[in-house]
Design a protein around this ligand. Structure first.
Ligand SMILES: O=C(O)CCC(=O)C(=O)O
Length: 305
C-alpha cells in the first residue's frame, strides 16, 4: 500500500498531476488504476482504490462506520417519507425501489457532507460560488429492485457522486468504463462529431445508452460490489473540459432474491467548473424533466384516487 495521501483537510501533492475530470481532489487524481491508498476521516481510516480511468471511479472501503450506516437507515425509516422512487424525480429508471431525502439537520448527514467535500473535491472547487451538496437520497431496493443505466448529471452540475452502501448489499455497474484514458474510441468520436448545439449532447448520450444496451455486467465495463456496510463509491461526471462524461453511465444491478439493498446517493454540484454549453443543455433538460415529473405525479395521484 502506498503512503497515506488522503487526509480530512486539503492536501496538495507536489508531484505533477495528470489531467482528469473537473473537481477531483488532487490526491485521488494522481492514483493509478488498481493502486490503493489509506485515507482518514475524522474518526477512522479507510482505503481508496481507483478502478476506472474514465469515468474516474474510486472504491472507498470502510468509508462509513457501521453505526453511521445504522443511523442513516434509521433516519430514513423514521422520516416516514420512504416512497416509491418511480413517482419522484421524473425518472422511471428505478424499479422496486423506495426513496427519501435527508437534509443536513439529519444525524450524520451534515458532518459527513463537509468531510466528504474536503476529502474528495479539489480544494479550489470548495471556494467556487455555487459549490454545494444536494439532500442525501436514501434508496431502499427490494429483491429484483434495480436502477437502470442512467446519468446523474443530466439536469444539474453534479460534478461528484458518492454512493454509500448502507447494509453491505448491492452492486453498481459502469458499462462504458475504461482503464485507459483513451479519447479515440467510438463513444468519444460520436461525442466529438456531435459538438456544437444544445441537443448534440442528448444525441451522444443516446448513442452511449444504445451502445450500453448491448453490453453485460461482469463482461463489459466495471462492476463494484459492496463487501460490508460502509463501503462507498465515488465518481466524477464531467471531463477535463467540463463536458459531460458519457462514460459515467451507470446502473444499480438487480438485487438478489431474498435481499434488500440500502444505498445513499450524495451529489455534489460545482456549477463553476461545468462548460457553459453544458450548463445551457442542463437547464433545458431540467425544464423538460420538471414537466415530466409533474406529469408523473399527476398520473400517480389519478391512479391513487
Ligand atoms: O443503487 C445503485 O447501485 C446505484 C444508485 C445510483 O446510480 C444513483 O443513485 O444515481
Amino acid at each position: 500500500m502506498r503512503a497515506i495521501v488522503l487526509v480530512a483537510a486539503h492536501l496538495r501533492l507536489s508531484a505533477a498531476l495528470t489531467t482528469g475530470p473537473v473537481g477531483v481532489n488532487a490526491a485521488l487524481l494522481s492514483l493509478p488504476i488498481g493502486a490503493e491508498v489509506e485515507g482518514f476521516r475524522s474518526t477512522h481510516a479507510f482505503t481508496a482504490e481507483r478502478i476506472s480511468a474514465r469515468p474516474a471511479v474510486f472504491v472507498l472501503r470502510n468509508f462509513l462506520l457501521p453505526e453511521e450506516c445504522e443511523v442513516l437507515v434509521a433516519a430514513a425509516l423514521e422520516s416516514g417519507e420512504l416512497s416509491p422512487a418511480e413517482t419522484s424525480g421524473g425518472t422511471d429508471a428505478r424499479k422496486r425501489c423506495d426513496v427519501c431525502f435527508l437534509d443536513g439537520a439529519a444525524p450524520v448527514v451534515g458532518a459527513l457532507t463537509r468531510e466528504v467535500a474536503h476529502l474528495l473535491l479539489d480544494a479550489d472547487a470548495l471556494t467556487l460560488p455555487g459549490t454545494g451538496s444536494e439532500l442525501l437520497n436514501v434508496l431502499r431496493y427490494e429483491e429484483n429492485g434495480e436502477f437502470l443505466p442512467h446519468y446523474d448529471a443530466t439536469a444539474s452540475p453534479r460534478v461528484l457522486t458518492v454512493l454509500y452502501y448502507l447494509n453491505g448489499n448491492g452492486a453498481t455497474w459502469f458499462p462504458l468504463a475504461v482503464e485507459e484514458d483513451s479519447i479515440d474510441d467510438s463513444i468519444d468520436d460520436s461525442i466529438d462529431e456531435s459538438a456544437g448545439g444544445v441537443n448534440s449532447r442528448v444525441t451522444s448520450r443516446a448513442a452511449a445508452m444504445e451502445l450500453a444496451a448491448a453490453l453485460e455486467p461482469h463482461r463489459d465495463g466495471c462492476v463494484f460490489e459492496a463487501h460490508s456496510a460502509g463501503d462507498a463509491l465515488a465518481f466524477f461526471n464531467f471531463d477535463e473540459r467540463g463536458a459531460a462524461e458519457a462514460r459515467a453511465l451507470h446502473a444499480g444491478l438487480p438485487v438478489a432474491e431474498g435481499e434488500t439493498k440500502w444505498v445513499a446517493s450524495h451529489f455534489f454540484q460545482v456549477p463553476a467548473l461545468v462548460a457553459p454549453r453544458e450548463t445551457r443543455a442542463m437547464e433545458t433538460r431540467a425544464r423538460r424533466m420538471k414537466y415530466v415529473g409533474e406529469e408523473t405525479a399527476r398520473r400517480a395521484a389519478a391512479a391513487a384516487a
